[in-house]
Structure formats: structure tokens, C-alpha cells
Design a protein around this ligand. Structure first.
Ligand code: UTP
Length: 463
């Protein structure tokens, strides 16, 4: 892109100020800035900038929502075996792929590197990427199949993510079955709708949200790749969930039996104020409503049996039909905006880190596909078995909490297999535990593998 092209592009969307430091830039800086400007979609920039004049959406409310119908845990045993067999067959037939979204910036965790490279195994320090990849490898071995793995990164962590996989030989997965794709980036806008520069030669850009998965899959040719490989069904999850049951056969089987476009695993809120997006009936269909958009009355409303009325939240564990992903990629998801602290460049060309929010960031959310699904299945899961996200450096949702949750899950598996697990007065396992996914991906598999007379009398690493 030339300087003239850049001026024309910026003019069409009212952003000529992005070149205001041009005269002071050297050749390399000029080239870098032009490269960034070339990635902008001027029609989208104009649309987002103008949307800021349309008022604030923080007061959005949903007076007419009702709880969505959920397949409850208590209802599940009756149909569990059938569903499982159906999902296992789809896996054996090579119809299932896995999508991992790992393009986020992990701001709260503050880890130097992609979040997937965080060491989390209680004994081995195995990283999140390794844990996820070995779950796929375990299923490939179990069902004698290929499970293509689509990993979404962003410009900020793509090179580091690929390098991490290469360094670790792809964690044992066949290289032709692991496909990285980069999500889109979007500028931030100040209150006047102007794109923020964080240096004289640099636009502040950030990933376009996990909803960016759909357009990125389409743009990078991965929807075509899925079609060519004969995949019908895609399991979707987020990089920070150490407990996720990747490509859970029973979930896939239920999704297929329901002929669903999109399925969601949902869990009960811990308390009325927990920040989980609620799955609800809205405008004749289903939707996920952010917890900030529920009134206090809705958050605390109860049913006659005392259970919360709006109880079930989505934690971004989904199954999609490939055809639905393609339809939604064409349809496009809406943008959500948030007022955030965004570093900016002052009139002297110095970068300032603001103490207060100063600019709008836009993101798309994957759950906004739900209202378009013709059939959708909502399946309750037990949180302690499948959800423990690594979000924070300390406290709730920290690495320490995730390790504790992993060990508690494995202790439960051992106990289900009839093996006593020594616990302290607070019911925490006394010894460290770690079970490699390639040893067992479920309590049933563990039980079948453990030798007779097995005992836990020290730290235990099963692999
Ligand atoms: P979060 O919204 O929790 O963001 O992402 P994050 O990057 O992990 O952490 P913070 O908020 O900056 O502290 C949930 C999941 O969605 C992915 C993340 O990688 C994570 O797996 N994600 C998020 C993307 O892939 N792209 C995005 O633009 C945003």
C-alpha cells in the first residue's frame, strides 16, 4: 500500500488522523504503519465508528426472557449409552474435528507467552496445549481415527504458538492434522469515533473476539478443509479450561441425535451473582444473555422448588454442525463494545497508559450464533468434572485452583474405580495426582486399566 492509497482508504472512513505523524517517521516506521492500515476494512471501520453515536448499550435489558430447556444430569443416565455409542461411531468414522480458540491476550493472567504454554500439570508441569493435544491423541488411539485440530491464534501470539507446537513435536499429533489460523484484529476508537494510535507509527489493534472464529475459519480456507476431510461435526472449546472433556462422545452423540446446529454444555451458577452468560428463551428462540444484562430481580428469581429460575450458564463448550458454521460465517455475528483502558499516543508522540477507560474495543462472541440455530441442545454438566478456567494470576480461577480441581477430579475417578484416596481433614487428596490423558480420558477407562490391588500411597502419576 502506498501513502496515497492509505490516505484514500482512511478518508473513506473519516480516519485521516492516523497519518498525522507521517512527516516524523523513518522509512521502516512508514512501511509498518502502511502495512497496518492495509489490514483495515474501511466499511467496517466506518460502521463501528458511527455506531458510537447510537447511544450506550450498557442499559440493555431483557424483560421477556424465560429459562431455556436443559437436559439435566438426573435425566441423562437413561440415554447415556445410546448417545455415547452414536458419538463414538462419528469419531470412528472420522466425522469429527476439534476447534480450539487461543487467540485471546490473557490480560488477567499476565503470563509471558500464549496461555496454552502455561505449565499446569500438578506433577509434570504439562502445559495446557499439551493437555489438550494429548486428549485428542488419546481419542485418536482409542477410536483408531483422525481428529483434525483447528487452532485459532491471533497476530499477537500466532508465531509463538506455532513455535511452541514445533518445539514439542506437535505433542504427538500428526502435523497434517493440526491447522493454525489467525483471527481478525480490530482498532479501538476514542469517544469521537477516531481510531487510537498507541505510537506515532502504530495503530492499537486487538483480536476481534472468540466470535471471530467463524469469519476466520472461512477466510483462511479451513471451512473448505473441513468439508474436504468429510467432517460433519466440530467440537469447540477455549484454551484456558484445563478440565474440558475434548470431543466428548456422549455430547457429540446427543448433538447428532437432536439433529442440532449448535449444542452447548451448561452448568448451574454457583450463586446468583456469578458472571456466567445465561442461556435463555428470547424472541421465540434461544440466546445467551450476559449476566450484566440481567436485572437483580431476574438474577435472584427462584422457582417453587427453590432453585434459581435462571440457573444455567454457558462456558463455551460447544458442538457445531459444519454446515451451520458455514451459514453463520456468511451471516456474520454482531459486535459488542466495551469501554476500556487503551494506551494512546499524545500530541508529542509519547505513549500514555491511561488510568481510566478512554476508548471502545469491539468484539464478536461465539454464543451469538445460538439464536440462528434451527435446533439446539443444552446439556447440563457437573462443573467439577469439566470446567476450571485459568483466568487469574491468583485466587479464583488461578493455576492453583485449576491444579486443585484437576486432582480432585482424578481422585474421584480413582474412588469410582474402588481405589481409596487418602484425604486430609478438608477432604483434599494428601498426595499429588496426575493422570495423563493417554492413560485414561474417563473414569471408565481408568477403571478398566488399573491393575488389581492398585493402591495410592504416594504422589501418583499415571501415564
Ligand atoms: P477471555 O475472554 O477469557 O480472554 O477468552 P483471555 O484472553 O483468555 O483473557 P483476558 O480477558 O485478556 O484476561 C476466553 C477464550 O477465548 C479466546 C481466549 O484465547 C480464551 O480461550 N479468545 C478470546 C480468542 O481466541 N480470541 C479473542 O479475541 C478473545
Amino acid at each position: 500500500m502506498t501513502y496515497e492509497d492509505a490516505r484514500t482508504t482512511l478518508k473513506t472512513c473519516g480516519q485521516e488522523h492516523a497519518l498525522r505523524h507521517w512527516a516524523a517517521l523513518n522509512e521502516m516506521q512508514r512501511e509498518a504503519l502502511l502495512d497496518q492500515i492495509a489490514t483495515l476494512d474501511p466499511a467496517l471501520v466506518a460502521e463501528l465508528s458511527q455506531s458510537l453515536g447510537a447511544g450506550d448499550e450498557t442499559g440493555t435489558s431483557h424483560p421477556d426472557i424465560e429459562p431455556a430447556d436443559v437436559v439435566r444430569l438426573a435425566q441423562q443416565p437413561a440415554t447415556r449409552a445410546d448417545a455415547r455409542a452414536r458419538g463414538e461411531q462419528a469419531l470412528r468414522d472420522g466425522k469429527v474435528g476439534v476447534i480450539l480458540v487461543a487467540g485471546g491476550q490473557g490480560t488477567r493472567l499476565g503470563f509471558d507467552g500464549p496461555k496454552g504454554a502455561y505449565p499446569l500439570g500438578p506433577i509434570t508441569n504439562m502445559t495446557l496445549f499439551d493437555i489438550h493435544a494429548r486428549k485428542i491423541l488419546a481419542l485418536e488411539r482409542l477410536y483408531q481415527t483422525n481428529i483434525p485440530f483447528y487452532v485459532m491464534t491471533s497476530q499477537t501470539n500466532d508465531a509463538a504458538t506455532r513455535a511452541f507446537f514445533t518445539e514439542h513435536d506437535g505433542f504427538g499429533l500428526a502435523p497434517e492434522n493440526v491447522r493454525f489460523f489467525i483471527q481478525g484484529m480490530l482498532p479501538a476508537f476514542d469517544a469521537d469515533g477516531k481510531i487510537v494510535l498507541d505510537a506515532p507509527d502504530h495503530l492499537f489493534l486487538s483480536p476481534d473476539g472468540h466470535g471471530g472464529t467463524l469469519s476466520a475459519l472461512a477466510k483462511t480456507g479451513n471451512l473448505d478443509d473441513m468439508k474436504q476431510r468429510g467432517l460433519s461435526t466440530l467440537f469447540y472449546f477455549q484454551v484456558d479450561n484445563a478440565l474440558v472433556q475434548v470431543a466428548d462422545p456422549e455430547f457429540i452423540g446427543r448433538h447428532l441425535a437432536a439433529d442440532a446446529d449448535m449444542s452447548l454444555k451448561v452448568c448451574a451458577k454457583r450463586d446468583p451473582e456469578e458472571g456466567l452468560g445465561m442461556v435463555v428463551k428470547k424472541d421465540g428462540g434461544l440466546a445467551v444473555v450476559e449476566y450484566t444484562e440481567l436485572t437483580r430481580e431476574q438474577k435472584y428469581a427462584t422457582r417453587p422448588d427453590g432453585e434459581l429460575k435462571f440457573l444455567f450458564g454457558s462456558v463455551a463448550i460447544h458442538v457445531f454442525s459444519r454446515e451451520f458454521l458455514a451459514r453463520e460465517a456468511d451471516a456474520g455475528l454482531p459486535f459488542h463494545r466495551a469501554f476500556k483502558k487503551v494506551p494512546f499516543c499524545d500530541e508529542h508522540g509519547r505513549t500514555v497508559t491511561p488510568e481510566q477507560p478512554n476508548a471502545y474495543k469491539f468484539e464478536k462472541f461465539i454464543f451469538d450464533a445460538l439464536p440462528d440455530a434451527r435446533n439446539a441442545l443444552l446439556l447440563e454438566f457437573a462443573r467439577g468434572q469439566e470446567f476450571s478456567p485459568l483466568k487469574n494470576a491468583a485466587g479464583a480461577d488461578s493455576a492453583e485452583a485449576a491444579r486443585r480441581d484437576m486432582m480432585s477430579k482424578w481422585a474421584g475417578w480413582l474412588e469410582q474405580a474402588g481405589i481409596p484416596v487418602p484425604r486430609d481433614a478438608r477432604n483434599t487428596p494428601v498426595h499429588k495426582l496426575e493422570i495423563d490423558p493417554c492413560y485414561a480420558v474417563s473414569a471408565e477407562e481408568l477403571k478398566a486399566k488399573l491393575p488389581a490391588g492398585f493402591r495410592v500411597d504416594g504422589d501418583l502419576h499415571l501415564r
